[in-house]
Design a protein. Sequence first.
Length: 291
Amino acid sequence: MEKIPNCLICSSDKFIPFIRCKDYTVSQENFELLQCSNCNFVFTNPRPPQSQIGKYYKAEDYISHTETQKGFINKLYHFARIYTIKQKLSLIEKLSPKGNLLDIGCGTGNFLASAKNNGWNITGIETDADARNIAHQKCSTTIFDEEQLDVLESQFNIITMWHVLEHVHELKQRISQLKRLLKPDGSLIIAVPNCASYDAQHYKEFWAAYDVPRHLYHFKPENIEQLFSTYGLEVTSILPMKLDAYYVAMLSEKYKGGNFLSAIWHGFKSNWHAKFHKYTYSSQIYIIKHK
Ligand SMILES: [Zn+2]
């Protein structure tokens, strides 16, 4: 296990215990989440080092790495994905005329393939070899491992990381790379779960978006703003991902031994609560630009 000695956002070495969570999907092991006393950033600490994290993704049904449609939740996930991809495409087209698109953590390549069909010049990065092969076939273009980020020379109009930043071990290095790869007027789109959401408060240690130890960081909006600001980047808008409240509630109820109706109720409640409390949706999209 690897211990983080200093907060990755503010460098403080003062942490307080935040919550202890179980890995319900793969290992059934428990992990500690600590909170920085200075900036309130919550992160998994200690965490498996990068060389060991692979085994925690080895669930047959780790959903974004497979095309499985077994089971009710997976069926819903795949149905929702069609709708979500349309929304993502309409978002990038609002931010930029067609151009170079880099999707980091493209999974099996559904978003990237749709973007290509819509006229984007695509580049995809995926660490999981099986997912990468599926994406390669789906997009009819080479999908790269993350090492490629160091050598990419082109700059991009749009860079997307859909539920990916919370998985990245070398966080600071990644943000420097993002800054280098983003065109001066380009937009970086980061989607991450929000541990300041109603559903996080409600489900506590059962909240599925803690997803330890795969999720190394548990961001709140102010953490994202502070983190990117250090690198000369700024959050220009924050958008909701409303379907995530239902998806996360369904998984959380499953871990808790709850039921489907309860998930629908709390998913709805999360979105309702967020209507009146700024930046508290279950998952949020941050649009980030050069300062
Ligand atoms: Zn801190």
